[in-house]
Design a binder for this molecule. Structure first.
Ligand code: AMP
Ligand code: FE
Ligand code: FE
Ligand code: ZN
Length: 282
């Protein structure tokens, strides 16, 4: 079994439809995967149909946008009930706030660069969770930058003064909301800022009390020096360690299955969930 539990489609900021994504997952030799679009479950049905057709096991999931003080923190939520009222309401509110925030960002950028809201909408699928990557794609099309990476380092960097945050619930509340929806919460890419800037023990203890189940230690963007202290924290708090690619199609360098999750951890996640069933191959 090869498991990659963090993948994005065009339903958020990936570049492939859910069906195309699942074909790419299969071609990469992955046998168990999770679709984890930002703040939406709208890609599940299409991905599940492809998963069944290709004989893959799928864990329906999300990547939940949350906030701890001023920091954006992503929580992966596996096997949630998408109709759980509190969760559904929060996701709706985040998506709505992402849309109005993106249009205000574009409004500000348009005072200095040729860019319109319609250009951004052209680069987002209908109903997709809008993010800075869609603005980046419009900036690329207009010739202002060459790729998403350059956009994030220039116009879309907070320093440039155009971006603003969107609504997101507190991280502790979000962990609780995922659990109440029968899902399994895992802290996404906790080591991107390096070993001396990982989550403080006291804060992690709060997340564990709220129901946190694991840490995504193996992730292409976690810094190498962050991994040993994160593994030590996982052992201390009894958390599982996951590994995933955070693939975004052509939108990021991350390749499918460049990081993966151990079979026994996949089984532990499935055993801990009761929100929505795993999609099993026939
Ligand atoms: P937002 O959700 O609007 O705050 O934008 C953040 C998203 O942009 C994340 O989900 C990342 O997938 C993506 N992102 C962040 N930095 C980069 C980068 N350097 N290149 C491509 N995508 C990025
Ligand atoms: Fe993303
Ligand atoms: Fe993320
Ligand atoms: Zn992600």
């Amino acid at each position: 079994m090869l498991a990659d539990l963090h993948l994005h489609s065009r339903v958020s900021d990936g570049t492939e439809s859910p069906a195309e994504l699942v074909r790419a997952v299969s071609a990469a030799g992955v046998t168990t995967f999770a679709l984890t679009d930002h703040d939406t479950t709208d890609g599940w049905a299409e991905a599940a149909e492809s998963a069944r057709a290709l004989g893959l096991r799928m864990l329906p999931g999300i990547e939940f946008s949350t906030r701890t003080r001023d920091f954006s923190v992503h929580i992966l939520g596996y096997l949630i009930d998408p109709n759980a009222p509190v969760l559904a309401r929060e996701l709706e509110q985040i998506r709505e706030s992402r849309r109005t925030r993106a249009s205000r960002i574009v409004q500000r950028i348009s005072q200095d660069f040729d860019l319109h809201w319609d250009d951004v909408l052209e680069h987002a699928a209908d109903g997709a969770t809008i993010g800075r990557p869609h603005i980046a794609d419009a900036l690329i099309a207009k010739g202002h930058v060459v790729d998403r990476g350059e956009a994030f380092e220039s116009i879309l960097h907070p320093r440039a003064g155009y971006v603003e945050p969107h609504y997101a619930p507190d991280t502790v509340d979000a962990v609780r909301i995922i659990r109440e929806a029968g899902g399994v919460p895992v802290l996404a890419h906790p080591g991107t800022r390096g070993g001396d800037r990982i989550i403080p023990r006291t804060r992690l203890a709060q997340l564990v009390d709220a129901g946190l189940f694991g840490l995504e230690v193996d992730h292409p963007e976690n810094r190498p020096d962050a991994k040993p202290p994160l593994r030590a924290l996982a052992a201390e708090f009894g958390l599982v360690v996951t590994g995933s690619s955070d693939y975004h199609g052509t939108g990021k360098a991350n390749r499918i299955a460049e990081c993966s999750t151990a079979p026994e951890v996949v089984e532990a996640i499935i055993a801990a969930a009761n929100g929505t069933p795993v999609i099993q191959p026939d």
